[in-house]
Design a protein around this ligand. Structure first.
Ligand code: COA
Length: 148
């Protein structure tokens, strides 16, 4: 069997409820906001872009990013793969698609931040090539970046 093709797709009136029902494992709930909250926040940040992560036709996750003020970096604001769909390479594929989309838009740096803690995404981001900047945001999140 061939592996499902991962894509980042626009969320529509037809798919928004399904996306809002995607959740990480309960123990991971402190690492990312519910998708409904992220979509609501995007409403107040017109520069934010959000997409469903799909495996073939199935929505399996959510990704949202926004440009930073310097114009050269894009900030991965929210990212999750549904608990039942984790460990299948979808997270890696989705981040790869996002990273690949940035240089043609003029970005030279990808940045993100994470909540430190057991079971958190720090190791995942390291495995995707991000490095710690040493910076801690006011909300306690640690910043990582990847030169494109
Ligand atoms: C982090 C997350 C998106 C990873 O998604 P995923 O689809 O399970 O990841 P993948 O299956 O693509 O894993 C890719 C690689 O990263 C590794 N990996 C996955 N999660 C990891 C973690 N938390 N720590 C260390 N390595 C991890 C996998 O073992 C795999 O390694 P391999 O390339 O050697 O096989 C997912 O665990 C998640 O949604 N977590 C909860 C929400 C969250 O923390 N989001 C980030 C907010 S900043």
């Amino acid at each position: 069997m061939t592996a499902p093709v991962v894509s980042l797709r626009e969320i529509t009136a037809e798919t928004v409820r399904t996306i809002c029902e995607l959740e990480p494992h309960e123990a991971q709930s402190g690492f990312v906001a519910p998708n409904a909250v992220s979509i609501a926040q995007a409403h107040f940040n017109p520069a934010a872009v959000f997409r469903a992560v799909c495996a073939d036709e199935d929505p399996v996750g959510f990704i949202m990013w926004r440009p930073e003020d310097d114009g050269a970096s894009s900030f991965l604001w929210r990212f999750m793969i549904d608990g039942r769909q984790q460990g299948k390479g979808y997270g890696r594929e989705a981040i790869g698609l996002w990273l690949k989309s940035l240089p043609p838009q003029g970005y030279r740096l990808a940045r993100t931040s994470y909540v430190p803690g057991d079971g958190g995404p720090h190791g995942f981001y390291l495995a995707q090539g991000f490095r710690d900047t040493g910076e801690t945001r006011a909300n306690g999140e640690r910043v990582m970046e990847l030169a494109l």
